[in-house]
Write a protein that binds this ligand. Structure first.
Ligand SMILES: C[S@@+](CC[C@H](N)C(=O)[O-])C[C@H]1O[C@@H](n2cnc3c(N)ncnc32)[C@H](O)[C@@H]1O
Length: 254
């Protein structure tokens, strides 16, 4: 059976070639269309992005959010590097207006170990949005991303589908009725769970690697080194704010 990363490469490679809708192509359901400006606002606020910064987006995708980021970065004179698989990068290059290519760099492949070129180690800001659940080794992925930050730089690992958080939500009456509404069905159609652990033991076809324990482990390891780490909620108006959360990691000055 294929590993998680290979399955993700197949899925996003195919979506890029199929000319899918600009929200769906980034893995978001069509019903969330229009959410991208809100997501970008949340990213800029959490990362405190200013003019003339050197920015890296790992797992950038080629959808609406990426195009908004590229436009905004151009206006703010950023040096922006985008990493993703070849099909996604090819699609982006074809679609981007030539004027926007100044100060844009592309790296093809899978971060961290299967890239066509090396990644600089002096980024002011790094973004990893809605990517962590596709990688084979999330801890290693985050540690290697932190090694690309310059002192004083920040990394936002956002939209993490922590299965404990989802279990806490879906084992509540509030969560079940929210889910019923989202799926357009009655609450009786939504399975009921005793608690988060019951949910985790019964749910299938989902990534069970991203847990409270994993997040706390990353938190402790990075804080034992030269980093500040914060677990942040998502604004309520973001598509998966009830079940996902963000990690903000700041590299301290030496
Ligand atoms: C759900 S999409 C998110 C795209 C974009 N960040 C957004 O939020 O609109 C996940 C993207 O991450 C990319 N990806 C997954 N694993 C990756 C890895 N190890 N290195 C680089 N890109 C990766 C996929 O190819 C896909 O384009």
């Amino acid at each position: 059976m294929k590993d998680q990363q290979s399955r993700a490469n197949d899925t996003y490679g195919k979506l890029a070639l199929q000319q899918a809708d600009s929200t769906v192509i980034s893995g978001r359901p069509l019903s969330t269309k229009g959410c991208e400006p809100l997501i970008l606002k949340d990213i800029f606020s959490k990362l405190e992005i200013k003019k003339e910064s050197k920015i890296l987006d790992i797992g950038c995708g080629c959808g609406e959010l990426t195009h908004l980021l590229i436009n905004q970065s151009h206006e703010l004179d950023h040096n922006l590097t985008l990493i993703d698989i070849p099909q996604v990068i090819e699609k982006l290059k074809k679609e981007i207006n030539q004027d926007l290519l100044v100060n844009l760099n592309f790296i093809e492949g899978n971060f961290p170990d299967d890239l066509k070129q090396s990644v600089d180690k002096d980024y002011d800001k790094i973004l990893i949005y809605s990517v962590l659940h596709y990688v084979n080794n999330p801890e290693d992925f985050i540690y290697k991303a932190t090694s690309c930050l310059k002192p004083g730089g920040s990394l936002l690992v956002a939209d993490i589908p922590n299965i404990n958080r989802k279990g806490r939500f879906l084992s509540s009456h509030h969560g079940r009725s929210f889910e019923a509404n989202y799926r357009g069905t009655s609450i009786n159609e939504i399975p009921s769970f005793k608690n988060q652990f019951d949910y985790i033991s019964k749910v299938e076809n989902t990534n069970k690697m991203l847990t409270d324990d994993l997040i706390i482990n990353i938190f402790k390891k990075l804080r034992s080194k030269n980093f500040e780490v914060y677990i942040l909620p998502q604004q309520e108006d973001l598509p998966f704010s009830q079940t996902r959360e963000d990690l903000l990691i700041k590299k301290n000055f030496e």
